[in-house]
Design a protein around this ligand. Structure first.
Ligand code: PRX
Length: 682
């Protein structure tokens, strides 16, 4: 599977300066380690585990599993019998054993330039302990679920690690999601408590988060699920004198006029609670396979699924991928621009970097605020060495040309990373040539919420890069490409991307629904974990992700289910039926093109269109706002009544070659839809 010789043409290497210090300095070394990781995973991961603190050692095999539904229940277990605490490994171990207490864990850079603070490992440990004691005093125990709905502030990391310290399971909901989405997630995982903030700015837009949180809690109450406690961080409305430590915000950020609704029966003030809490907090020792967190991701049936990750395997995997994929070195300043509300932020802002004692930038704002140079200004300000972002951000910045980039030096940069969707070669070359000045290797990391960490990725000093390819598997990962009948294809081929065996960080179940876990990921091809992505392997053995094979869309690097958007649309009183497809978009990757059939007697109007967009935004969140809505008096259906999405995709893209339409019940519907397509680009 791994080529004997690296190809000589169309490959890029970066400048090669990294090799001197790199953990994996050559392709040969990568191959050697890869084979070891596959031949003897217990030994490979056992050696990694030695760097961590274990309260008790494993009692059985390092990794055990069943990936074959025909042989019984699917399970994956890593280091069974061992006990540990991730918060202890991320903070106490770094402060006490590794003597990194004075090292900066995060440089926090606010939305507004000049609004900044930082926290060392020692301070972070103290703040986490205090907040963990607060949670305990509110009755939160091991195994309880806690929902977190917060902006990108240091307190978000404090909240998540405080849960981890006491063995509670965090369920973070991205602060761009709607009240309805928050309510759905709180109820699905039966959370005991919500942690939120008053509000935040995204660029120049004020988001009143508390208002949305209240709406969500009211919805929960209406559905018979009252949440007793909501802890509220005053991020914007905090007066400087309320500050509990030296990291008070400058007056610029305070927004004392913000209206923060307050329900004294439920709401508790973060600052008041921690000012009385102790700095000492004994960690809860957890078993390897205890749940660590739940993170919801779109499901193709429309209902989001709660992906469950567990303690030991996730810790080892995120720590190792972070160390090797970003080739982490002690003097690095690392910056991942993702939001912690997504898996990239969980694994590569919080867990992976802190496990390695890394110094990171935590950025609250947007790449374009106050202007399109912001990212590069931050890179120079903190001397960022390793930088990780998404193709959608690269394309957005590329639009403004190289001048805003070249205004800043960027000499500190050593490795550039990308994640979330296939990166188009044009964006890859711009990232490589302009941002990295041909010096920095690009790690195109393919992975999913479900995989916990990178699964296909280059290693920066070892892997020759091909623009647009996620290259080769990470250690312990065994990919295969299957055809429709489930046969493994050898050599150059294209088909379904699957994995043949687990790695420590793979998800364990869908929260509360193990059957759904089995049927989504293991039923189609027994014996394999099915990613849902299509993939091509070229003659040199490089893997190229070709896109989703199911009804999921990738908008700005975030997966959205067409079914979820459709159900939000049909909940509107005017809509009888809806079908949503993706249409390529120059920046977002894909945009949402929605066909709606209205109920008899309802006329289509601009007002209705605006209402429908609002409806989806309120049901799901701003990322799901439809780009196009087309009035569709009829939808193309098969004779058995199934909507032909393939045909709708062609209409959305104005591609007249429809392929085989012999099963289409009424072809006049298609002509009419072509005539009335939405043409404007978004
Ligand atoms: O389709 C693949 C795409 O994003 C999906 C996973 O989305 P999510 O669970 O939201 O996690 C995103 C961040 C890890 C995948 O199934 N994807 C992610 N990274 C890449 C990618 N497609 C191509 N190349 C990538 N590097």
């Amino acid at each position: 599977m791994i080529p004997d010789n690296v190809p000589e043409e169309n490959v890029f290497y970066g400048s090669g300066d990294l090799k001197k210090e790199s953990h994996v300095p050559s392709f040969d070394k990568y191959k050697e380690l890869y084979l070891k990781s596959i031949d003897n995973p217990d030994e490979f991961w056992g050696a990694v585990a030695k760097d961590f603190f274990w309260k008790s050692k494993p009692t059985g095999p390092f990794l055990s599993y069943n990936f074959d539904v025909t042989k019984g229940e699917i399970f994956i277990k890593c280091m069974e019998g061992a006990s540990t605490n991730i918060c202890y490994n991320l903070l106490d171990r770094n402060v006490h054993e590794r003597k990194l207490g004075d090292r900066v864990a995060f440089y926090w850079e606010g939305n507004e330039p000049g609004d900044e603070s930082s926290v060392t490992y020692r301070e972070l440990l103290q703040r986490v302990c205090r907040f963990a004691n607060v949670l305990r005093s509110q009755g939160v125990k091991k195994g309880d679920r806690v929902s977190i709905y917060m902006p990108m502030v240091i307190e978000l990391v404090v909240a998540m690690l405080a849960c981890v310290r006491i063995g509670a399971v965090h369920s973070i909901v991205f602060a761009g999601f709607s009240a309805e989405s928050l309510c759905e997630r709180i109820m699905d995982s039966q959370c005991l408590l919500l942690i939120t903030a008053d509000g935040f700015y995204r660029g120049d837009k004020l988001i009143n988060l508390k208002h949305l949180a209240d709406e969500a809690l009211q919805k929960c109450r209406d559905k018979g699920f009252p949440i007793k406690r909501c802890i509220v961080l005053k991020h914007l409305s905090k007066e400087p004198e309320e500050s509990v430590d030296s990291h008070s915000p400058p007056a610029k950020r305070s927004c004392p006029d913000l209206q923060v609704p307050w329900n004294p029966e439920v709401d508790l003030c973060w600052h008041a609670l921690i000012s009385e809490a102790s700095d000492e907090c004994e960690p809860e020792w957890c078993n390897s396979e205890d749940p660590l967190f739940i993170l919801y991701t779109s499901g193709s049936t429309g209902k989001p699924k709660g992906v469950v990750h567990t303690v030991s395997g996730y810790m080892l995997y995120t720590a190792t991928t972070f160390k090797l994929v970003f080739d982490h070195q002690p003097d690095d300043v690392y910056w991942c621009t993702a939001d912690i509300g997504w898996i990239t932020g969980h694994s590569y802002i919080t867990y992976g970097p802190l496990a390695n004692g890394a110094t990171s930038v935590l950025f609250e704002g947007l790449p374009t605020y106050p202007d399109v140079s912001r990212m590069w200004e931050i890179v120079d300000k903190y001397h960022v060495t390793k930088f990780y972002t998404a193709p959608t951000a690269i394309r957005l910045l590329m639009k403004s040309g190289s001048e805003p980039v070249q205004k800043f030096k960027r000499e500190s940069l050593k490795v550039l990373g990308t994640v979330g969707e296939p990166i188009n070669p044009e964006a890859w070359h711009w990232y490589y040539n302009v941002v990295g000045e041909k010096r920095c290797p690009i790690v195109d990391t393919f992975w999913q919420t479900e995989t916990g960490g990178h699964v296909l990725t280059p290693l920066p000093a070892a892997t020759p890069m091909k623009p647009g390819s996620a290259t080769f598997p990470f250690f312990g990962v065994v990919p295969a490409i299957l055809n429709e009948s489930g046969e493994e294809l050898e050599g150059p081929s294209e088909g379904y991307l699957v994995f043949k065996q687990p790695w420590p960080g793979v998800m364990r179940t869908v929260y509360g629904n193990h059957q759904r876990f089995e049927s989504i990921y293991f039923k189609k091809f027994p014996g394999y974990y099915v990613t849902g992505d299509g993939c091509r392997r070229d003659k040199d053995g490089y893997y190229w992700i070709t896109g989703r094979m199911d009804d999921m869309l990738n908008v700005s690097g975030h997966l959205l289910s067409t079914a979820e958007v459709e159900s939000a649309l049909v909940e509107h009183r005017a809509v009888a039926e809806a079908a949503v497809v993706g249409r390529p978009h120059p920046i977002k990757g894909e945009s949402l093109y929605c066909f709606v059939t209205l109920k008899d007697g309802v006329g289509y109007s601009q007002t209705l269109e605006a209402e429908l967009k609002k409806q989806v935004r309120e049901k799901i969140g701003a990322i799901a706002t439809p780009d196009y809505i087309q009035n569709a008096p009829g939808l193309p259906k098969t004779r058995s009544g199934k909507i032909m999405r393939r045909v709708l995709r062609k209409i959305a893209c104005n591609e007249k070659d429809l392929g085989d339409t012999s099963t289409l019940a009424d072809s006049s519907v298609v002509d009419e839809l072509f005539q009335n397509r939405c043409c404007a680009s978004v």
